[in-house]
Design a protein around this ligand. Structure first.
Ligand SMILES: [Zn+2]
Length: 74
């Protein structure tokens, strides 16, 4: 998976980048966590996964650091 890859089968929140595409964690309601972009939804919005295991599961370099606040399930 790469940051420009289109990811299908997402929920509305995942497709909007508001939830982890791997574990479904709600970033809006989870403080102090971090996420990294892992691809795009079918509508072209950027989608995210939690830094750590989720990013790794999504095929993103696990050493990549978070780019924004919100999200995370380590
Ligand atoms: Zn996650």
């Amino acid at each position: 998976m790469n940051p420009e890859e289109i990811i299908t089968g997402l929920t509305a929140a995942q497709a909007d980048g508001l939830a982890c595409v791997i574990c479904g964690l709600d970033y809006l309601r989870t403080r102090g966590s971090r996420s990294v972009p892992v691809g795009r939804s079918v509508t072209g919005t950027q989608v995210f996964a939690c830094v750590g295991r989720c990013a790794e599961a999504a095929g993103v370099d696990p050493t990549m650091t978070g780019r924004r606040a919100g999200g995370g399930c380590q």
